[in-house]
Design a protein around this ligand. Structure first.
Ligand code: FJE
Ligand code: FE
Length: 282
């Protein structure tokens, strides 16, 4: 069942970037363990210049185009259409995320909270090029398995906070049912086309909407339109911990946030490399 529908509201973030923020604002502040979902569209010179993260993971999934990332430890690369970067910020990363080419570069960025015992772990990257993302297909349905399992196929991505991230494409008249662990929070974000979600007689939902699912149901979806339907299904085990967020820092208490701001300003406890590092312009 669909418990709530939220339209991704257009706003500006980073440096001239346009984002549709569907989770992380207004009446959907967060959906434990998820802190934010943005559909971003950036074209040069806009982007997300040098900024820090601590206490959570960012997952960037490219829909169209490329994003070049550089971090303060020398980690660098470009992800293109269909590629995923799963970044565990842990105790600290400072990086830039900028469009890799001319024109609009479009994708999703999801922020997943880390449990108190994982917030200060060493940063880590998992990068999966599009051709290595596992997929499964049946009866007009294709699923790309970014995290978790669907149709008996499992992703190799290690999710510290247990997470399912599936990208479904349904041809006209196709339908699916996907089970979801009963206690996990789950939502759909519609990317393209029109779909019916939850119950077969509910009204069709167009692109750029978040549908929060009620607990324990799994997801049923139907494409009753004449065009293809594409959406992501994202689910995660709630942490049930206090969340104190200050922009790109997410901890369990105000004291830990104060400590984080000090660590960042004084370049210590994981932010050592921030002292002399600046990203290079492309
Ligand atoms: C950030 C402002 C920001 N959504 N989607 C403040 F812009 C950001 C930030 C992003 C971001 C980056 C990409 Cl590639 C895609 C995004 C926000 O980098 F983290 C804070 N705190
Ligand atoms: Fe970032």
């Amino acid at each position: 069942m669909v418990a709530k529908k939220v339209h991704g509201k257009l706003s500006h973030d980073g440096d001239g970037a346009v984002v549709r923020r569907a989770i992380g604002r207004g009446d959907l502040r967060s959906l434990d363990p998820f802190l934010m979902l943005d559909e971003f569209s950036v074209s040069p010179p806009a982007g997300f210049p040098d900024h820090p993260h601590r206490g959570f993971e960012t997952v960037t999934y490219m829909l169209q185009g490329g994003i070049t990332h550089q971090d303060f430890s020398g980690h660098k690369g470009t992800i293109h259409t269909g590629d995923v970067q799963w970044m565990t910020a842990g105790r600290g990363i400072v990086h830039s995320e900028m469009p890799a080419g001319e024109g609009v570069q479009n994708g999703l960025q999801l922020w997943i909270n880390l449990s108190s015992r994982d917030k200060m772990i060493e940063p880590r990257y998992q990068e999966i090029p599009s051709e290595e993302i596992k997929r499964a297909e049946t009866d007009g349905v294709e699923v790309r398995i970014i995290a978790g399992e669907s149709m008996g196929v499992r992703s190799p991505v290690y999710t510290r906070t247990p997470t399912m991230f599936l990208d479904f494409t349904l041809k006209p008249r196709a339908q699916i049912h996907q089970s979801i662990p009963e206690t996990w929070n789950a939502f759909v974000y519609t990317i393209e086309g029109e779909g019916v979600f939850g119950t077969v007689n509910s009204s069709a939902v167009s692109a750029h909407n978040v549908l929060v699912l009620s607990l324990g149901d799994g997801l049923s979806a139907w494409n009753r339109s004449s065009k293809q339907l594409r959406f992501v299904l994202i689910a995660g085990q709630p942490l049930n911990e206090p969340v104190v967020q200050y922009g790109p820092f997410v901890m369990n208490s105000q004291a830990e946030i104060d400590q984080t701001i000090e660590d960042y300003q004084l370049c210590k406890n994981g932010f050592e490399n921030a002292k002399y590092w600046r990203s290079q312009s492309q």
